[in-house]
Each structure stands twice: as C-alpha cells, then as structure tokens.
Design a protein around this ligand. Sequence first.
Ligand SMILES: [Zn+2]
Length: 447
Amino acid sequence: MIFKTPKIQYFLSEQLIFTKINIFYVFACVFFLVSENSYSQEKEPHFTLTLDAGHGGHDGGANSYGKMEKDVTLAVVRKLGEKIEKEDKDVKIIYTRKDDSYPELYRRAEIANQSKSDLFISIHCNSASNSSAKGTETWVLGAQNSKKKDANFSVVAKENSVVFLEKNYKENYDGYDPNSPETVIGMTLMQDKFLENSLRFAQLMEENFQSNEGRTSRGVKQGPFLVLVKTAMPAVLIETGFISNYEDRAFLTSEEGQNKMAESIYKTFEQYKKEYYKKSGYDLENTKKQEVKIKENPVPNTEFKVQILVSRYRYSGDAIQFKGLKNVEVVKKKDRYHYFYGSTSYKSESEENLKEAKRAGFTDAMLVDFDKKEKEEGKYTIELMMSKDKYSKNSSELKGLDNVERIKIKPDYQYLYGTYNSYQQASLELEKLKKKGFTNSIIVIQR
Ligand SMILES: [Zn+2]
C-alpha cells in the first residue's frame, strides 16, 4: 500500500488551470466551427429528390367512375412533398408538376437530371379490365417481365402510351416501338449502382405498403418505362393501387387513404435516405444537433450526460450492448458500473442525446447534470486494473508508475492510481494511462 506525495497535489492544481484555459479554447473553436457548418448546411441540401406526379393536363391517366389517376398522383405528391419539406431540412424537393399540367415524359427525367437529383419517384395508379385486381406495385427500370401476353406488359405499355399524345414523340423517344417496350432499354441502360439502389427503395416501399396500410403488395417489378429511362439516378415508379377496383379506388381517392400513402412513402424515403447517408459517410444526427446548438447558449457550469445503465457488469465503451451509441463513458461506484452517453452544456443537445439513447433501447435512460453530480461525489481515482495476481511496487505490470495502491477485493486485487478533485482531471489522466497501455482502466468514485 502506498500514499500520495505533496508533489502530486501541486501537479494537479497546475493541471487544473491548464484545463480551464483549454476548455475555453475548445468552446470558442467549436462555436466557430458550428456556425461555419450550419451556414453551408442551409445553402446546400444533402439530398435532392424529384417527385413526379404521373400524367396531368390533357392526360388524365387511368380513370374509373369519374375518378382520374392524374388527380390521385398530384394529391399524393403534394402531401408527400409538404411532409418532407416540413420534417427534412436536409432535403431539397423538385417537382415535375405542382398543378394540372402535362410535362412530357422525357422532360420529367430531364428536370431530375438537371437538378442532380439523388432519387426520382414517379407516382401512378393502375387499372385493369378485371375489377378484382388490386394492390400496389413498385417498378424499377429493367427489361424483365415485358413479354407481350404478360399482364405486366399491359402496365408498361399503358404508362408508355401517353407519349402518343406528345408532339414529336418520334424524335424524343427514338426507336420506341409500343408493341415492344423492350426497345426502351436500348435508349439508355441503367447503371448497376442505380439499379441496385432503385431495387432497395422498391423493396422497402412494398414492405411498408403492406405493414403500414395493410395493402395487398403485388411486389417489386422491373419494366421498360419511358419516364424512367433517361434518369441518371436511382428511380422508381410506384403504382399506388387499381383505380378500377372498388376498394382501391375508395382508398386512393379518399383524404385518409392519400395521407396514409404519403406517410408510407415518407417512411420509405427516410429509411432509404438513412442508408444512403450511412454509405456516403454523412452524419445527419450530429449535424442536426449542431444546428440546434447554434440557436442557444450553453448552460453555464453545467455538463449534461445521459445515464443509460447502472450494472454489476463491466462493458467496454464500444460494446454491442450499447447498440450503436458511441463513446460511452463508464464510472465505477462501489461495486456498480455507471454508464453515460454524450456530454454537452447545451440543453437541446442533451435532450437529443436522451432521445437517441431511448431509441437505442435504453428506455430508463435519464439526464444527469454531471457537473453538479461531480461536486456531490467528491474525489476520484483511477482503477488501472483488476487482477488475480498480486503485483509488487516494482512489477513491470505497473509500467513504472509510482504510488499505485493495491486493494484486495476478493478474489481479485484492485490497483488504484491517483486522487483527483474532478472528473475532468481524472479523465485527462485516464487518457494518458490508456496510451501508456492501461487500456482497461476506468474512473472510480472514491469511497
Ligand atoms: Zn400512370
């Protein structure tokens, strides 16, 4: 057993002054970076989405009992667009039409290309002579399922047939033969990467139609649609249901049904976007937190952390038990481990952290003011390790550290190092010790 020398106390108070200056500096820098960030954020959305309401103007699309496809598609696109504009500040929306007009099919793709969209969603309704046919389909561009006798052939041929109402369609869709929609494929082949992402969106979409709305999903399909062929991005065409079917028609033309569809497409878009951001390395959660932060002042002398767990068990900070929460801190008090997530002086950010922790499954998580807690706790020390082995003062396991305190906690020995007046001081020392090779060391609240 060993004891502190006055030397250490002296060293600590110097360290404290240094830390305070440092913290001020870090704050100033962070503030500066944050303002820079959210400025460019507003100027540049991270995702551009083109929404295409099928048909319009002179082209009513499919119709039944006086209900027209062009009205359903516009209503759904408007609801969906409003929702995304309200919820997703990171997304810019481009509409191919917002009223009862008819942009030509090739123009719709052109609009998406010119705005460098990341995704193109075209919304439609189906119809069939058999009025019992019902349900949703999500299509991506492809040559499959387009044999002449196939029911799928009629969906593609019907959607493509609107070009005959366009002037100069022969020039704009060179080589297109209505009896053989496959000729579309010759115009431009979709890149594999786009196809893969289009299929992913389509798959999520059909799952959501089924689980959200209890609709009949007719699945993900591939066909040579003219409206998709010139898009230079992942693109899908959603058949939201059969206007020729009594049940579907009631749903498609009702406010409630249209809201539900917009909600399902929104949900799908959110899932897709999340995956897209993950692949491209963009951290939306963090950017959101920074945006909120800029609008408020930090609470002085406060540090909010989320206590996610108190346990007898010891986990490392990146353990799978933390379900994706990063940089979890652990503090030992008596024989319990206390786990904390996030650290901020901003109230709003702390609330975001709490929400994040709850979403990760820590439903009992709570916010603590660590600064206040720290004052109540008093002194800290560092547990270098727990070991079955009894090391002497000069043991190489202690890597030359002086004044290591060894305590018998049956059946192990606990090795403690230093006394610190604040958690902050202890964590600075902890970092150094980890670099030295004490990778399992943790902060302990002294009894
Ligand atoms: Zn259509």
